[in-house]
Design a protein around this ligand. Structure first.
Ligand SMILES: Cc1cc2nc3c(=O)[nH]c(=O)nc-3n(C[C@H](O)[C@H](O)[C@H](O)COP(=O)(O)OP(=O)(O)OC[C@H]3O[C@@H](n4cnc5c(N)ncnc54)[C@H](O)[C@@H]3O)c2cc1C
Length: 417
């Protein structure tokens, strides 16, 4: 027997839940909305944790989802420092860590993701960090500002943190398995541009190598990183960016269908899970994308934000597919900003529009002649056309593919059928 009833229960105190709450109200929900999150802060944006907030240029409140107290204005009950421990989808009840049992009409599971931990000798030493929450960003700045820091991983977290810490006086070294930074998402050519940008600003990159172990320094804290090739890099702090795994613990115990390959909660195009009236959104949602014609799961801010809205509309019975083309952004301090739409699962051709040398270009990732993704540095307008072409899924002929790379040609005319 439940202690109380709410119309909408939002599980997870991150971006997807927060935007869902907002849109539930803005679209006319009049019942109780309860948002339950494990963290101590109200819902916030994580991107500043590796950028302005890490550099000390932005305040904590600047990263909040909306101005402090937004939930009160929108009559959303926010419970921070509270976990949902159990979800009974047939009774439509959830048990909170406070022992309270809450029944609901609809629920959203937006439990996000957890960092992947790297097991290595010495990984228990102080000074070794991961990056997910405010507390991590605070601790990294305290340990690494103005000192020697090693980043393990050459993807977004490693590159962004290396840039931000360098901008506040650290000496940063990236150790990564890849040959070129960010190559998994953007290929070697664009990845090379970002790596050169980092190196030009003093970041050292150790490529094609792996972490072997950590060594303690004199203080008993981490003192060095040793790689598999045997390089020993002295460090006052280490930040590991080895990816994340969606947090499906609650979903699994609730018996929700999971997508084992993509590693998230299986959803249809409406973000409905396998349980009636239970939806999922954000990092944890593996959804049938009508844009891509396949199931995908994306760990990007814009996707969590927009899926929060789609879930809200469907929780109100609107029956709308999630049709937003996934978008991603990243900054290397104030040295370079990138934007990307896609995501391309694979590609067989890259076409560059503009000039990498001038730092103003877009890269078009083609798969069998179709635009699968596009990256922009300083050419945001190109992404509007890329969105159109990704959603259209039309195979471009050779002439059209060539014209993508001709900055004088009209992108709007390409792929128009
Ligand atoms: C440091 C960092 C920088 C990033 N930078 C960028 C960027 O530049 N560009 C970009 O596009 N994306 C970026 N991202 C990704 C983006 O922030 C995420 O995709 C987004 O936060 C996902 O939102 P979410 O609501 O799905 O999950 P989260 O933000 O992870 O929120 C989920 C919340 O649910 C809580 N929770 C889990 N289980 C329970 C439970 N049982 N009960 C209660 N609460 C629970 C978690 O503690 C967490 O607070 C970044 C991510 C990180 C970590």
């Amino acid at each position: 027997m439940a202690d109380r009833h709410v119309a909408h229960l939002l599980i997870g105190g991150g971006l997807a839940s927060a935007n869902c709450a907002r849109w539930l109200r803005e679209e006319g929900a009049d019942g109780e909305i309860l948002l339950v999150g494990r963290e101590t802060d109200p819902p916030y944006n994580r991107p500043p944790l590796t950028k302005g907030y890490l550099q000390g240029k932005e305040l904590r409140e600047d990263a909040y989802f909306r101005p402090d107290g937004w939930w009160r204005e929108q009559r959303v009950e926010l419970k921070t420092r509270t976990s949902v421990m159990k979800l009974d989808t047939s009774a439509k009840e959830a048990t909170l860590s406070t022992k309270e049992v809450v029944s609901f009409d609809t629920a959203l599971v937006a439990t996000g993701a957890n960092v992947r931990r790297l097991p290595a000798e010495g990984s228990e030493l102080d000074g070794i960090h991961y990056m997910r929450a405010f507390g991590n960003s605070d601790a990294i700045r305290a340990d690494a500002a103005g000192r020697r820091v090693v980043l393990i991983g050459g993807s977004y977290i490693g590159c962004e943190v290396a840039a931000s810490l360098t901008a506040i006086g650290a000496q940063a070294t990236i150790v990564m398995m890849e040959e070129v930074t960010l190559e998994r998402g953007f290929g070697k050519r664009a990845g090379g541009f970002f790596q050169k940008t980092l190196e030009d600003h003093g970041v050292r990159v150790v490529a094609g190598d792996r972490l072997a172990r950590f060594e303690a320094g004199e203080s008993g804290r981490v003192g060095a990183v040793v790689t598999e090739r045997g390089e020993r890099i002295e460090a006052d702090a280490v930040v590991i960016g080895a990816g994340v795994a969606p947090d499906v613990m609650l979903a699994r115990s609730a018996g929700l269908a999971l997508d084992e390959e993509l590693g998230g909660i299986r959803c249809d195009s409406r973000l409905r899970t396998s349980a009636e009236a239970v939806y999922a959104a954000g990092d944890v949602a593996a959804y049938d994308s009508v844009v891509h014609g396949r199931r995908i799961r994306v760990e990007h801010w814009d996707v969590a934000f927009n899926q929060g809205k789609t879930a809200a509309l469907n929780m109100l019975g609107r029956d709308v597919a999630h049709e937003v083309v996934p978008y991603f952004f990243s900054d290397l301090a104030d040295w370079a900003s990138l934007e990307y739409v896609g995501p391309a699962a694979s590609w067989d051709r890259e076409v560059v529009r503009g000039s990498l040398e001038d730092g103003s270009f877009s890269v078009w990732y083609l798969d069998g002649g179709r635009v699968a993704g596009a990256l922009s540095v300083g050419r945001s307008d190109d992404l509007e056309e890329a969105r159109r072409l990704i959603a259209a899924r039309v195979a471009l002929d050779d002439g059209e593919q060539e014209r993508l790379g001709d900055a004088a040609s009209d992108l709007a005319a390409i792929g128009a059928r």
